[in-house]
Design a protein around this ligand. Structure first.
Ligand code: BTN
Length: 254
């Protein structure tokens, strides 16, 4: 326990309870254990260092000291399973808005869940959940933000940190406080069935809005211009063949 437990938040549920560890294997994994023990909605788990940080597609996520590695526990049974991407979007929007305000950078979102500064990734989000066809039982939103940490050699080319971008050490507590506040606002909007704000703020922050992209979905590739996102958080592309709504995939800007 330590610094992150006294954030003095003015949120209603998100971050009301914060677990802070010096070291954990993965904040997502620990959150999963907490869910099994009946943790309250909005519980946050932060670790200064993760020894087995997880990324998307079973990749590892390099998580040394100096970065902000945390997870938020949610029970969003009001969101249908095929709209779960909206939760990830709420997280990427809150992160981008927070770093843009606090570090004066131009963080942009690459759908669905990366935050980039220029062409380099500063934040990744891993949402893990348990759901059946029409209801999400729990969701764990894991956010990894490169703040003051070092990057390893493999990452230097494609990733960046807030320290590198600004030349300043930002306080992890300030960044976390801002993200949790912004996230709660969007989460409550989703709870009230509101997707308008998410769609609008996503378009404002999107690195790919109105751009020509190539989306790789398994063995399928679709090229088109990004028109926006729909009410389910799907990416809407227009190609010569017509309109496509895409739920998941890897996006390359052409
Ligand atoms: C990605 O591949 O872009 C997603 C990276 C997500 C990393 C975060 S760090 C906090 C949380 N705990 C994990 O083990 N992963 C996520």
């Amino acid at each position: 326990m330590g610094k992150y437990t006294e954030l003095d938040l003015d949120t209603e549920i998100i971050g009301k309870r914060i677990f802070h560890f010096d070291e954990l294997s993965s904040t997502n994994n620990f959150s999963r254990e907490l869910v099994e023990k009946g943790a309250e909605e909005g519980t946050v788990v932060v670790a200064d260092e993760q020894t087995m940080g997880k990324g998307r597609k079973e990749r590892t996520w390099y998580s040394p000291r100096g970065g902000l590695w945390f997870s938020i526990i949610l029970y969003p049974n009001f969101i249908q399973t095929d709209r779960s991407i909206l939760l990830t979007m709420a997280a990427s929007i809150s992160t981008a808005e927070s770093i843009n305000a606090l570090a004066d950078v131009e963080g942009k979102i690459k759908w669905p869940n990366d935050v980039l500064i220029g062409k380099k990734k500063v934040c990744g989000i891993l949402t893990e959940m348990e759901a059946d066809v029409d209801e999400i039982h729990h969701a764990i939103i894991g956010i990894g933000l490169n703040v003051n940490n070092e990057l390893n050699q493999d990452l230097e080319e494609k990733a960046t940190t807030l320290l590198k971008e600004t030349g300043r050490n930002l306080s992890g507590e300030d960044v976390l406080r801002a993200i949790l506040g912004n996230f709660e606002d969007l989460y409550f909007r989703l709870k009230n069935r509101g997707t308008r704000q998410i769609k609008k703020r996503w378009s404002d922050l999107s690195a790919i809005h109105q751009k020509e992209v190539l989306v790789e979905k398994g063995s399928k590739k679709i090229q088109g211009k990004v028109e926006g996102i729909d009410d389910r958080g799907r990416l809407v592309l227009r190609s010569e063949a017509g309109e496509h709504s895409i739920m998941t995939g890897d996006v390359e800007i052409l």
